[in-house]
Design a protein. Structure first.
Length: 250
């Protein structure tokens, strides 16, 4: 089974940027968003708050990871790769902190959608996908770094957060907000777009009242603002505003 998961992980590592959005869209189209969780409309707001907190937690975790120690997330030529074994920053707290952040975001999006099928199928699928990717990465790191990586694995959990190690693993490091914006603005943008599109989808189901029409227009305007801001950040990056980040050794 693990051999099969290794192969799946290698494939997904290469094509996840294309496959993951398509899978999410397929899930969301397959079942409409819930407006009454477990048949109770009163649970809609608490459910959405819980979902947004999960999404926010995932974004904050990713921000913390990248702000302290950035690694090449796309590998080399879309293959698993690492120049060095990064163990500082949040990588001293968790071996896969970016993936934990991603899972919080994805599960939060599925819960925000609210359809039981989407929540269960989506969460299970992405948990499986990331476990496969992690197996592929671990095989590479074990072969390249040997005993050093095995010692690292003994001290740092694969999925859990060893928060007691945060102070020590970030000692002497400074948080780089510019790097966060340059490297991860697209994650925040795509997450906001997914949330706004899901909410618009929910409002557009069935007949729309005047109040709901005004709300839908506001959602469309917010979506436009997110797209415009994303384009601005992308343009600034292409113009070299973040060039100084490329000289960093982390």
């Amino acid at each position: 089974m693990k051999v099969i998961m290794l192969r799946i992980g290698t494939f997904l590592f290469k094509y996840r940027n294309q496959a993951f959005p398509l899978i999410i869209i397929a899930l969301f189209v397959a079942a409409p968003p819930s407006t009454a969780p477990w048949g109770n409309p009163a649970l809609e707001r608490p459910k959405d708050i819980a979902a947004l907190l999960m999404v926010l937690s995932g974004l904050i975790l990713r921000t913390t990871v990248i702000g302290y120690a950035y690694i090449r997330r796309g590998g080399l030529n879309k293959r698993v790769y690492a120049d060095d074994l990064v163990t500082e920053g949040m990588f001293g707290v968790c071996r896969n902190p970016l993936y934990v952040g991603n899972m919080l975001i994805y599960v939060g999006l599925f819960v925000f959608h609210g359809n039981p099928f989407v929540v269960s199928a989506g969460s299970a699928l992405f948990a499986f996908f990331y476990q496969c990717i992690v197996y592929a990465e671990e095989a590479f790191l074990r072969d390249k770094f040997g005993a050093a990586y095995l010692d690292y694995c003994k001290d740092v959990p694969r999925w859990g957060l060893k928060l007691s190690a945060f102070a020590e693993s970030t000692k002497g490091m400074s948080f780089n907000l510019k790097r966060v914006v340059a490297k991860d603005y697209s994650t925040a943008s795509s997450t906001l777009i997914a949330l706004l599109a899901t909410e618009f989808y929910r409002v557009a189901i069935g007949s729309i009242t005047e109040q709901e029409r005004a709300y839908a227009i506001m959602l469309a305007l917010l979506l436009g603002a997110v797209l415009a801001l994303t384009g601005l950040v992308s343009s600034l990056k292409k113009r070299g505003v973040f060039d100084e980040l490329r000289t960093e050794s982390i």
